[in-house]
Design a protein around this ligand. Structure first.
Ligand SMILES: Cc1cc2nc3c(=O)[nH]c(=O)nc-3n(C[C@H](O)[C@H](O)[C@H](O)COP(=O)(O)OP(=O)(O)OC[C@H]3O[C@@H](n4cnc5c(N)ncnc54)[C@H](O)[C@@H]3O)c2cc1C
Length: 393
């Protein structure tokens, strides 16, 4: 390799590119290495191809971590407004979809192009298709052996992401480096991921495949209110992906369908006012038809409302407002949007992302034990932690 840079960033994803830009602005020479052929592959596929690049409501309260305070400093110093200003400077059109989630009007690749342009503007170099064979500590910093040769650097920023979607090049590289340098890890697990179901329940719910409905899902005292989607593999949709981050094996989830609805009051009023109506017909006025029919059957109810005892309506109301399901598991890293856990924040400086015990070594982005909710929060963490390291390395 031609020249030893001041900083090597391993991982040309959201966090790594952001760190390179920020460090480059300070006049540091930066080299970004990635084993993939192209940078920012997760950005490209994110947000259904439109990249939900931030969330205007992002604060540390929207993140899971063994230390809920850790993310505060970086998030406070690089805010959603800062990234929006960057996007605006590049003339990228965007819109708020829902709940503060900002998406590109066009393609997610506009965000990648923007980051690459910013890197070029500060002379940050990028090499893709490079395997990192070995990392070791040298007297003045770090020595790297790669498939393209050896190099040394003063500062090393690890930005290789989590384990989610191994098909796209995700590796446990950051965790291995952390272990090599004696940094503690918080156990990792897939999150923002669909649930799978036991075969019997899956077969029972298969008639609902494709049905989407507004729901509030609760697990371990955490609740999220968004869409629930029944699929041929199990349960998905934003509400399910959100709750998957707190769910643990063996837990039940409780589903409240159309959370604003007082189901018991509705059923009683309908029985009094329109007793000749069939129960499935009533439910289908509010819920997708297949779901209405399924719930009527599940509660063992058929016929007219007038013929149904209040006890039966109570059971139905419970199925509508507190439907309990025990997922068999999740789809795992194969489809998870993020990895919970990672480098223990206790080992890192929250202002700079530097390993407290290893001067010059930084960890940023998803590999750190900071995981955001669904909805642009994970990219905001990648940008903010990238900037924090880029300003310090
Ligand atoms: C399908 C999907 C959709 C998503 N949508 C959104 C969204 O809309 N909004 C949002 O906020 N978040 C979204 N996320 C989450 C978001 O993509 C990640 O949180 C974010 O990309 C993490 O950034 P990062 O830079 O830490 O890691 P990554 O973006 O994963 O980048 C890591 C980089 O390191 C490289 N690398 C890995 N191992 C090695 C190695 N051994 N040697 C060299 N290079 C290596 C990889 O090739 C990659 O380029 C989505 C995730 C998925 C999977």
């Amino acid at each position: 390799m031609k020249q030893n840079p001041d900083i090597v960033v391993i991982g040309a994803g959201a966090a790594g590119m952001m760190a390179a830009i920020e460090a480059g602005k300070r006049g540091r020479s930066v080299l970004v290495l990635d084993h993939a052929k192209t940078p920012g592959e997760k950005i490209r596929i994110s947000g259904g191809g439109r990249c939900n690049f931030t969330n205007i409501h992002a604060t540390a309260a929207n993140y899971y971590s063994a230390n809920p305070h850790f993310a505060k400093s970086a998030l406070a110093r690089y805010k959603p407004a800062d990234f929006i200003a960057l996007v605006d400077r590049h003339g990228i059109a965007w819109h708020e979809k829902t709940l503060g989630q900002l998406f590109c009007d066009g393609r997610a690749t506009e965000i990648i192009d923007m980051l690459l342009k910013e890197m070029r503007a500060v002379d940050a170099r990028l090499m893709t298709g490079v395997e990192i064979v070995e990392v070791s500590k040298s007297e003045t910093g770090f020595a790297l052996r790669t498939s393209e040769g050896a190099l040394t650097t003063q500062s090393l920023i690890i930005a290789t992401g989590g384990k989610s979607i191994p098909k796209m090049g995700a590796t446990g590289f950051a965790y291995k480096i952390a272990e090599q340098f004696g940094l503690p890890l918080i156990e990792t697990r897939p999150a923002l991921v669909p649930f799978t179901l036991e075969p019997n329940l899956l077969a029972e719910l298969s008639e609902l495949s494709g049905v989407s409905v507004e729901a509030e899902i609760t697990c371990r005292k955490t609740r999220f209110r968004e869409a629930l989607l029944f699929t041929h593999r199990g349960l998905s949709g934003p509400a399910v992906l959100q709750i998957s981050a707190v769910w643990r094996e063996g837990d039940e989830i409780t589903i409240r369908l159309l959370p604003d609805m007082d189901w018991m009051a509705l059923l009683k009023a309908a029985k009094a006012e329109n007793g000749k109506q069939a129960i499935a017909t009533l439910l289908a006025q509010y819920l997708p038809k297949r779901l209405a029919q399924y719930l009527a059957n599940k509660s063992g109810l058929s016929g007219n409302l007038a013929d149904l005892p209040d006890k039966a309506l109570n059971k139905l109301s419970e199925n509508l407002s507190a439907w309990r399901i025990k997922p068999a598991g999740t789809e795992g890293y194969r489809t998870a949007e993020v990895t919970l856990g990672g480098i223990d924040t206790a080992a890192l400086d929250s202002r700079t992302m530097q390993a407290k015990a290893v001067p010059g070594l930084y960890f940023i982005g998803e590999c750190v034990d900071v995981t955001g909710w669904l909805g642009g929060y994970n990219f905001q963490w990648a940008w903010a932690s990238g900037v924090a390291a880029g300003q310090a390395a």
